[in-house]
Write a protein that binds this ligand. Sequence first.
Ligand code: SAM
Length: 224
Amino acid sequence: MIKPTSSHAKNYRRTLNDSKNDPRLTTDVFYRNKDPIVKALTPYLEELDGQVLEIGSGTGQHLINLAQKFPNITWQGSDLDEIHCKSTDAWAKDQSLNILKTLKLDASTDWANTVEHLKEFDLIFSMNVIHIAPISVINGFFENANQILKKGGLTIFYGPFKKGNNYHGEGNKIFDQKLKRENPNWGLRCMNNIIKLAKVTDFLHYKTIEMPANNHVLVFKKLN
Ligand SMILES: C[S@@+](CC[C@H](N)C(=O)[O-])C[C@H]1O[C@@H](n2cnc3c(N)ncnc32)[C@H](O)[C@@H]1O
């Protein structure tokens, strides 16, 4: 089982208020990234009225923000971490939004059967996850997504990436080194390697979108 390290937990385990009864977590980075993320994902979400799954929802704030912007979609959050699942559910509570109870799942395992009751998804996305997880998470992501996505469905990653051994900015290089010190199985992933892995499971690289702070969005389409 992959566990967040202490520094990861510190960044992603800040409670919204001091009450022990409020499981909602928050991050500053959410407030910086939320609008550019909505803008980048809008072309893929605005026409949808089906089901979207998020892998590694973290605090749950992005899921709730997207659900508010696109209320016709049924949203399914998930995370490996129980505390993060509870935070997502707590943010979703009382919002009258189309958000299902957050699923506890490890993206590196065979998780497709945990969501098969929901039938076919239109889109599966994951933000800021694959660099703080072993490579098996990307493999697991594509293999399982292939089973539960509709033909033509999309998978989307957001976060910092490398291209070969080249970094988009010095900050990403320092971040990569820091991640590897924390856990040698972590680190920024090469975009081209992800595109190759996607091909193996029948996903076509569809689009790369440059995002603020040297982040990128990678979009893949399921061919069959
Ligand atoms: C850096 S946080 C990002 C959270 C959120 N997506 C965001 O952008 O704010 C990474 C999240 O991935 C989750 N995670 C790590 N490994 C995972 C795995 N193998 N399967 C599912 N979730 C995982 C962590 O528990 C954490 O909530």
